[in-house]
Design a protein around this ligand. Structure first.
Ligand SMILES: [Zn+2]
Length: 288
């Protein structure tokens, strides 16, 4: 079905690849001779950013053509998916435009294909300019990251947890206590989602994406993708722990990531701030 239509595009001389991606940047179908999935997904996410920026300005983008490296990229967008072709030959472009129009029309009429597309969409994302997420430590009073729950241990000492070394902290953010509340001057009314983390006794969670085993998800990745988010900006506490872990996970998951350092504060235990900034820079986190 969809691949038959993609064949029609990819058989045009000079066309190097064609893909269909959902409005959350996931590749639904593709034929590519030259680019791997990771590259294709990053192109798709960047195209979505441009489209999203234009829709913020009230322009509905249905067609877009850009040059990238050696490729001329022609994009047709419906509200639910993008049809993207990579072409290296000038001569192929007019035939490609016509073929893409035909294919787009057929895809929109193809009930089976649209069913697959809908599986990739929870909320139409292109019209949402941004998503606000707050994270909230939500620890039980017997939480394993509290020094007070370990014999003869003081805050900021290290212990070996099953998932690796864990810093011990003073008691903080105990569920439903005053200490777990957001700062009174933070306007939480604009938040779309609050991610509570660290609520399992045996495991701490610095990152807003994964607990400290780096495996147990909080669900934030799925939420952001479902909302069409491809770019993440992080502020808050602490720069060298929760912000760093969140930023590194965001990069690992493929989000463009910026940390606004002026809106963060670090704890800076034994050089942890310098190490965190280095690790984030290396992972491709931008600072603002
Ligand atoms: Zn905590």
């Amino acid at each position: 079905m969809a691949t038959k239509w993609l064949d029609d595009i990819s058989n045009i001389d000079g066309v190097e690849g064609v893909l269909i991606c959902s409005n959350t940047g996931r590749i639904i179908e593709k034929i590519s001779k030259v680019l791997d999935d990771e590259k294709l997904e990053s192109i798709a996410l960047n195209l979505l950013k441009v489209i999203s920026a234009n829709s913020l300005k009230g322009q509905i983008v249905s067609d877009m053509e850009i040059y990238w490296e050696k490729f001329h990229i022609i994009v047709k967008s419906s509200s639910q998916f993008l049809l993207v072709s990579f072409c290296t030959s000038e001569g192929a472009q007019s035939l490609l435009r016509i073929t893409q129009n035909v294919v787009l029309a057929h895809l929109l009429e193809d009930k089976k294909f649209m069913k697959i597309v809908k599986k990739h969409i929870v909320v139409s994302s292109i019209t949402f300019p941004y998503v606000v997420v707050l994270s909230q430590d939500w620890h039980p009073s017997n939480h394993s990251s509290f020094a007070s729950n370990h014999m003869d241990k003081a805050p900021f000492e290290l212990v070996d947890a099953s998932y690796g070394p864990q810093v011990l902290w003073p008691d903080h953010c105990i569920q439903a206590s005053k200490g777990a509340e957001f700062h009174s001057q933070l306007d939480i009314s604009t938040a779309h989602m609050i991610v509570r983390k660290g609520f399992r006794t045996e495991i701490d969670s610095y990152s807003a994406f994964f607990e400290n085993d780096h495996k147990t998800p909080t669900g934030l990745d799925g939420y952001l993708r479902a909302r069409g988010v491809c770019e993440v900006t992080i502020v808050g506490l602490a720069l060298d722990f929760c912000v760093q872990y969140s930023a590194l996970d965001a990069r690992r998951l493929g989000f463009e990531t910026t940390v606004i350092t002026n809106a963060c504060r670090a704890i800076d235990l034994d050089g942890s701030l310098t190490a965190a900034l280095g690790a984030m820079r290396e992972a491709g986190v931008a600072f603002n």
